[in-house]
Ligand binder design. Structure first.
Ligand SMILES: Cc1cc2nc3c(=O)[nH]c(=O)nc-3n(C[C@H](O)[C@H](O)[C@H](O)COP(=O)(O)OP(=O)(O)OC[C@H]3O[C@@H](n4cnc5c(N)ncnc54)[C@H](O)[C@@H]3O)c2cc1C
Length: 405
């Protein structure tokens, strides 16, 4: 089963590991539930138990407190954990676990790794991603939040937007411009911003789902210790791309926002007496096939993360369209008070409110982590080798690039 000389997991190793994972999950699930805790606190408790059981840092180096295991073990864990209904709150820590911490693991200094990996993986600290700005979304390298050195600190001023989970975050992985006299991609640095300080203000943004799961973040002379740079100053674009690859891969593998599950749609068709309708059956069969294809794509080593992300977002939209047809009129009308209690990004119980939630929320799949168009551009340029998009700012110092006022 080895893929390469460095990839030596045997079937016996994996079987032993599978038994270990099953024993942990079964033990955890057997404990009494904690319904009084918030979703985030339930996740935190689960992550702490998982980390303390030695299952929270599988593919992290032993020197960083991890197990040093390869992707086969991670896949085993994922498969065993999939579809569980245990009291783990549905995570809520994905930005740290799936994006920020792997980037710090791969590119952070020993001091940064020591400071952040353990507490983040254990759920003791919550993370957010400070990338997008009002004038820099798809054109992320056009960001204008600035970080300036002042003694042994960076001083940060600017605005971010669409920052998921910032209201809970202890730290944000921040892209800021540290050099304005070089072309746009070369002047960016990745820094770790302590969120709980006077210079950081978080304001919620209300979505059409009735929830407010992302925010505007205003930084006014916020402070960062000088050494809290991931990579070197000016390496930020390389770091940004590395983190985005983790983000897209995680979305493709089923992290974060959830499409409406096909089995719930099958139940809905049955309860509506529509399960014999050949058109409905065809739609459901297509969704079931799509779900299986994503699972198989994810088992392929080295698959480009934009491929799995695109598959998952188109699957999410297709599921929402089928739900809208089957749940009508419940799919387009809801009780506003009930919508507000739905867990962000998760499809919960299928009463009228929740179908509407799932339908509205499905549109976010195509935006978060980079839009579908941007994924297609990436695949065209990096995988198919098509010519790069024309750009008028290439090679020009960022300070001289025309900008909106
Ligand atoms: C649910 C959700 C969660 C998010 N969470 C976070 C977060 O935690 N942190 C964070 O930093 N950001 C977050 N985002 C922001 C997200 O990354 C951006 O919305 C996304 O990158 C698009 O940027 P934009 O909204 O500025 O749209 P724009 O870049 O203005 O794009 C507008 C439209 O133009 C198209 N377009 C733009 N450029 C091109 C091009 N070159 N070729 C073809 N089409 C193009 C886009 O595809 C899109 O359809 C989140 C967004 C959503 C929806």
């Amino acid at each position: 089963m080895a893929d390469s000389p460095d990839d030596r997991a045997t079937d016996a190793d994996l079987a032993g590991f599978r038994a270990e994972v099953r024993a942990f999950l079964a033990g955890y699930d057997a404990q009494p539930g904690t319904p009084d805790l918030s979703r985030l606190e339930r996740s935190r408790a689960f992550l702490a138990a998982r980390y303390d059981a030695g299952l929270g840092a599988l593919d992290y180096p032993v020197t960083d407190g991890g197990r040093g295991l390869d992707r086969h073990f991670v896949d085993v864990y994922r498969m065993e954990a999939a579809g569980r209904t245990s009291d783990d709150g549905g995570s809520g820590f994905g930005i740290g676990l799936d994006m920020c911490l792997p980037t710090i693991r791969d590119h952070g200094s020993p001091d940064l790794r020591k400071r952040f990996l353990g507490p983040g993986l254990r759920g003791d600290e919550h993370w957010c991603q400070l990338y997008s700005e009002p004038g820099a979304g798809s054109d992320l390298a056009g960001l204008t939040t600035r970080a300036v050195r002042d003694g042994d600190e960076w001083v940060v001023t600017g605005q971010k937007v669409w920052t998921s989970g910032a209201e809970h975050a202890d730290f944000g992985i921040l892209l800021a411009r540290t050099d304005w006299d070089v072309p746009k991609h070369a002047g960016v640095s990745m820094l770790v911003l302590p969120m709980r300080q006077p210079g950081v203000e978080v304001r919620p943004l209300h979505q059409m789902t009735g929830t407010a799961h992302f925010n505007e973040v205003f930084m006014d002379e916020a402070r960062i210790p000088m050494d809290w740079v991931v990579g070197e100053p000016g390496d930020g674009w390389k770091m940004a791309v590395a983190l985005l690859a983790h983000e897209r891969s995680s979305i493709g593998k089923g992290g974060g926002r959830q499409p409406i599950p096909t089995d719930r749609l099958i139940d809905l068709a049955r309860s509506n007496g529509r399960s014999g309708d050949p058109v409905v059956r065809q739609d459901l069969a297509r969704l079931a096939t799509g779900t299986r294809i994503i699972e198989w794509l994810n088992l392929r080593a080295g698959i480009h993360p934009s491929i799995t992300k695109l598959w998952r977002t188109s699957q999410g939209r297709a599921a929402a369209d089928v739900a809208a047809g089957l749940a009508y009129p419940g799919g387009i009308a809801w009780d506003g008070a009930r919508m507000g209690v739905t867990e962000p990004g998760r499809f919960a119980d299928p009463d009228g409110s929740h179908w509407a939630y799932g339908i509205c929320d499905s549109r976010a799949l195509s935006l978060g982590g980079g839009t579908d168009e941007v994924q297609k551009n990436t695949l065209g340029e990096r995988v198919l080798g098509l010519p790069r998009e024309p750009a008028t700012d290439r090679g020009i110092p960022f300070s001289q690039v025309p900008k909106n006022a």
